[in-house]
Design a protein around this ligand. Structure first.
Ligand code: EPU
Length: 333
């Protein structure tokens, strides 16, 4: 098909539109970044594409660092320029505000996802995995290698980095049970290794400062029977499919309270299953899943979150704490 030439006024409008999509600091950043970043910067990106919820406004800028060194240089540079930033993983446990994300959003992607065996003794195998690797890829890789220990994680979405920080878990297993050490980076771009004994893992938490980033983890796995490992993973995925909804969500929305009934049970007993606000709905299948029926905005989901919290609190005196991280909302990052 022949290209249609743009008239001058169309060209001008296109240039203006592109300029409008960039934040005020973009030119300044472009001039300065040569000192610390030679890769791509994607401006004005729809975060719905990068989250399992499929909602949220635009990130002003996205950068994908592909190594510890690149991340370190970036953090130092971004700090020097005083631009706000945050790191997101696989996007499966975050809810991004409709207003979007200011500053720079760093994402570890497929280019920062190496899996390697770093030690083996008496059938115990240490596997180092970079944070951008998806948990699904790691679980599949382990099954193919006949390595046991991560079967509980079959079907959990998200990245290894997110799983390390959230202490992802299911079916009685969680990351803290298999982790041997984590390479962490602070907000100044400095890195160090922390042994499992130095970490303060708890329920859905690694117990470290919010500013700390997990850049890689060493998992302690055991040699096992490949067919048995695959079968266990298959069963775990089947159980998940049976009990949990498949619509767009961020998994369990709230943490389970420290004692007593689970969040899902409380929400069901409060009569909230099927409750709908805009395009957001409490799943009929599992009360702790606030799903996007297709047309939800982040605002709908947050209103539903507040409604669930206040109803459960009134009926049972329990304030449910979100497990999902809210980004771009007032008071958040
Ligand atoms: N329940 C209800 N009504 C519901 C949902 C659950 O009564 O609508 C009851 C169940 O019958 C059960 C109890 O609540 O007695 C717990 O439910 P379930 O077994 O589904 O586990 P959960 O505590 O809701 C946790 C994790 C899930 C993980 C499952 C399976 C949290 C917040 N959630 O769910 O993790 O897949 O166990 O092990 O810890 C996630 O973190 O995103 C996630 C999906």
């Amino acid at each position: 098909m022949a290209a249609v030439a743009m008239t001058t006024w169309q060209e001008n409008m296109a240039v203006e539109a592109a300029a409008e999509t960039r934040p005020a600091w973009a030119d300044y950043f472009n001039d300065e970044m040569i000192d610390f970043w030679l890769g791509e910067v994607l401006w004005n990106q729809d975060m719905a594409k990068f989250t399992s919820y499929g909602v949220g406004g635009c990130a002003e800028a996205i950068i994908w660092p592909a190594s510890v060194r690149e991340l370190s240089l970036l953090l130092k540079g971004i700090r020097r320029l005083n631009i706000p930033w945050r790191l997101v993983g696989g996007g499966s446990n975050i809810l991004v505000a409709d207003e979007g994300l200011k500053g720079i959003t760093l994402i570890f992607g497929k280019r920062f996802a190496t899996i390697e065996v770093v030690g083996e003794k008496d059938g115990l195998v240490d596997v180092r995995v970079e944070a951008g690797c998806s948990l699904a890829r790691l679980v599949n890789w382990c099954a193919e290698q006949g390595l046991s220990g991560l079967e509980f994680a079959a079907g959990i979405p998200g990245s290894v980095g997110g799983a390390l920080v959230m202490n992802a878990g299911a079916w009685g297993g969680d990351i803290s049970q298999v982790i041997r050490s984590i390479t962490v980076m602070d907000e100044y771009g400095e890195c160090c290794d922390k042994e499992a004994g130095q970490l303060h893992y708890g329920y859905r938490s690694w117990g470290e400062d919010a500013g700390l980033i997990a850049v890689a983890g060493v998992f302690g796995l055991q040699r096992g029977d490949k067919a048995a490992i695959k079968e266990k993973c298959r069963k775990v995925v089947a159980a998940r499919m049976k009990q949990q909804p498949q619509e767009a969500s961020c998994g369990s929305f709230f943490k389970n309270p420290p004692q007593g009934r689970s969040a899902g049970e409380l929400i069901e007993l409060a009569g909230l299953k099927g409750k709908r606000l805009g395009g957001a709905m409490v799943s009929e299948k599992h009360g702790n899943f606030l799903i996007n029926t297709g047309s939800a905005t982040a605002h709908d989901l947050v209103r539903l979150m507040h409604l669930v919290q206040s109803t459960v609190n009134e009926k049972f005196g329990v304030l449910l704490e979100p497990e999902v991280r809210l980004l771009g909302f007032a008071g958040g990052n």
